[in-house]
Design a protein around this ligand. Structure first.
Ligand SMILES: [Zn+2]
Length: 116
């Protein structure tokens, strides 16, 4: 979605993760804030990124290895006798369902996370 601000959704998407990590400053930060003030889908994406980051799932190329490590630690705690592949598949399905429910444009969110 394009808005009346001087930056488009496509240009904002790669900056949202930096904004969540407070690594955005100057004119980039001002442009993103103006855009978020006008664009509900990008606000929703930004909120979803913040939730994922607070949950320890910082978007990036190492997202899946870190999720797998977290799931392995959780698996050790509960000591369930399920096949090892079960937890990653269930977690991926739950994450996909959450993204589809929270994010109006899941493909853009996944692209911002570096998944697509
Ligand atoms: Zn937007």
């Amino acid at each position: 979605m394009s808005t009346n601000s001087d930056i488009t959704c496509g240009a904002v998407a790669p900056l949202l993760a930096a904004r969540v990590h407070a690594r955005l400053a100057g004119e980039d930060a001002a442009c993103v804030e103006r855009h978020l003030g006008e664009c509900a889908p990008c606000r929703a994406t930004s909120r979803a990124l913040a939730v994922a980051w607070r949950a320890g799932a910082e978007p990036g190329a190492d997202l899946w290895p870190r999720l797998r490590a977290r799931m392995a630690r959780a698996d050790e705690r509960v000591r369930l006798r399920l096949p090892p592949v079960t937890w990653p598949v269930a977690a991926a399905a739950a994450a996909a369902a959450a993204i589809l429910m929270i994010v109006p444009e899941p493909a853009r969110f996944l692209a911002a996370c570096g998944v697509l």
